[in-house]
Design a protein around this ligand. Sequence first.
Ligand SMILES: [Zn+2]
Length: 529
Amino acid sequence: MRIVISSGHGLHVRGASGYIDEVDEARRVVDRVAEVLNGAGVTTIVFHDNTSTSQSENLDTIVNFHNRQTRDLDVSVHFNSNGSDAHGTEVLWTSDAGHTLAVDVSDVISIAGHFANRGAKERNDLAFLNNTEETAILIETCFVGNKGDVDNYKVHFNEICNAIAESISGETITGIPPTQPDWPDRPDRPSWRPPENIPVSERPELSEGDEGPHVVDLQTMLPGFGASNIDGDFGPYTDEEVRNYQQSRGLDVDGIVGQQTWTALYENKPPILPPPPPPHALSMRDQEAIIAIANASAISNYHWDDRGVAPTGYTQGMALAFAQTYKKWKAGHPAAIKMAKARKDSDKDALNIYRDEFNILGMENEEDGVDTLRHLYALMLGHGMRESSGRHCEGRDMSADNVQSDTAEAGLFQTSYNAHASSDPEFDDLMEEYADPRNEATCYYNAFAEDVECHDGEWDCYGSGAGYEFQKLCKDCPPIAVETAALTLRNLANHYGPIIRRETELKADADNLFLAVQKYIDEHEPEVA
Ligand SMILES: [Zn+2]
């Protein structure tokens, strides 16, 4: 039997990163598995892509290498990533032979690595599985962003590699000694060891101006503190490095090394991962396709009670906003995850208030997931018509005296900023996200504005500070109005009169529109593995 095994992505086309780096670790696993198999007499050819500079070139290079070899089996090694909660091992397949093998490989990796077994998963959209000519599997060893997975991976590295080698070859592997430690020293800190002779409790509090052997130990333990800078003198450079360390580990940033900072150093506490970035804006191709779906939908011609047919901008804008939120949900974005939670037994959750209406249409919301998210958006389509007639520039209700920063309503859903506390911290995090000029392409302003007439006075915002900013952002960048309304409907639905009075219309055709958008996104996703 001959096997070709390659690492996912490439030297210049990086994969996921978290507590560990996908490309670096996939290479270590591949090398070790091949070492074990070749030692056991199973010819195993290794490939790492060191040349490609784009994803398509990378996929072609890997596939072409496999197809040029004489072999019985094609294996690709990856690591998974999806926020910090997702964990476990899974093995992807597309052919029946791949399926059988994937079940076995996932089983044994999960046992060897003490990982949750997510099992074999069919994927028909991956170049490696589709284009390699022999039986193929793609191993997602574990999740780089999950602390438990990474800890287990480090401790059980050699067992995991042995398990992969045995399961893909069908051979029993014995007597192949590990040639590398389960987990090597950190390259940036070769001399680091957890201190054995001095317990944390005996460490003094240190800050700028101190010197001596404890400062030497501190400098030795600080990640990234260059060995040549270790001098036992707590000067400005040490102060800066301590503050960087405290910041990156979520500690109080004061430059004072007390018990908290010593403990984190002793535990080799990993850095806090930044939240996943918002997904890139929809491509122009995707925007055009989704707009076409919206304008062809039955709901786009629907005559809403007391409001009439929605402006073109509203239906198409909502379709784009849903596509974006759905992509965020898939990427583990915290706000989207909250929106997609199962119905709560609460008079503040619109999915509970409208439970009967949903049930009549067969739209159940009893489970976390995209169905619940989509049903929420279906309700929102009617809700935005009720609140603003689908007009993104709608200002405050001029008949009411809500002119404070926090109570002045604005935008499609007439949300006011005082709703933010009910969705802490996601509401404010969304504001920060959409206020960031780098995310301007996620506003889809022109799409929302089509066929909507705005008047001068409507643009006025009231008060100052965050409440003022929120009103302005809702009108300038409508998806913030959509996503904050989605959160508010789940957490503070009584904020909205039309919900309490049951004036918001829930239509099956609204759900049909978003379902078509969902399918489009699923079918046109950029390749990720
Ligand atoms: Zn990957």
